[in-house]
Design a protein around this ligand. Sequence first.
Ligand SMILES: Cc1ncc(COP(=O)(O)O)c(C=O)c1O
Length: 394
Amino acid sequence: MKTDLHIIRLRAETPACENLIHFNNAGASLSPSIVTQSVAQHLQLEQLIGGYEAAEQAAGQIENFYPAFARLLNCDPAEMAFIENATRAWDMAFYAVPFQPGDQVITGQAEYASNYLAMLQLQKRLGIEIVVIANDAQGMLDLDSLREHINRKTRLIALTHIPSQIGTVQPAAEVGTIARGHGILYLLDACQSAGQLPLDTQQLGCDLLTGTGRKYLRGPRGTGFLYVNRNRMHELSPPFIDLHSARWVGPDNFEFRDDARRFENWECFVAGKIGLGVAADYAHNLGLEAIQTRISVVAGHLANRLREAPGVTVHEKSDNRSGIVTFSLARESAPGLQQRLRRSGINISVSRRVNAQLDSNVRQVGDVCRASLHYYNTVEEIDRFIAYLNQPRS
Ligand SMILES: Cc1ncc(COP(=O)(O)O)c(C=O)c1O
């Protein structure tokens, strides 16, 4: 299989590849050694000289998070914030929008569950209206329906780029063009796409973009990020505040910082912030186009092999798909298969129906198996996985 990536070297830099078939990269991928080492080294430095003193000594490495993500997302370093995970990054953005009762939020059928819960909370607390745009037969957000639902009350469009429960890639840039055309704030959840395909905030046309470290970026757990378009920054009032995000300018007053760090906490996982910057550089240096090409080749092979296997239904209908392949078995439950594979050193995950109610109800699927591939996975691993899948159960 031809690819611009040197898969043997990349696997050698990922020690677990030696004895594990890891198809749970949309859960948490395997970090390359350089990322793990950067985190461990900083934790050791903290142990040796003290946390504050270590932060001073490693100031350059900590600061690297901002230019690293600016390169990755084509934005300004001042538009980036380090947040502990994607959910909090999304929350910081969402709750910063000055909603009024009756304002409308438009989202998609496959929006991430925690995001939708936040919308429900503001529906109950404030009286905002939630409009859910259905997907078309291919599982893609219906853009005509989106256009039709926009009105003068529409305050925010929130879209999940690649859903948790299915591997289709939603038309994020097309939604960006529509949002820009109406001057509506656009919040893109790129949690599953960051690190597996190129993300250019200018081309996507989003005002806010959120992601996590541990998934396709191969960063440490407990890390995430938020991009905020500097032209819309002044409209947003972060829901939480501290002495890092704001200045106490007088006994009765404060001012938020001018940059996206107004969304950050002062206290954070400093070693993780270093590691996430290293992971972003690692992905950027490999090239997101090469990464996307490789992932689509291996995921395509997996989807084809699954379609040939007896009693297997693959759920992705669109060709616009990612490294995530979801499927159901006629004769085995998703948790049953997950456990059986785990005993053979193969990791997959299960997407629970209850966590994707709008989408799963429409598609009438229950809990489904999710195999999520990264560029370091191989055709040989896929073929072994299929052989285990087809094995009679003991
Ligand atoms: C689409 C999507 N958004 C957000 C999240 C939440 O990410 P985190 O666990 O980092 O908060 C997930 C996690 O699975 C996800 O799939």
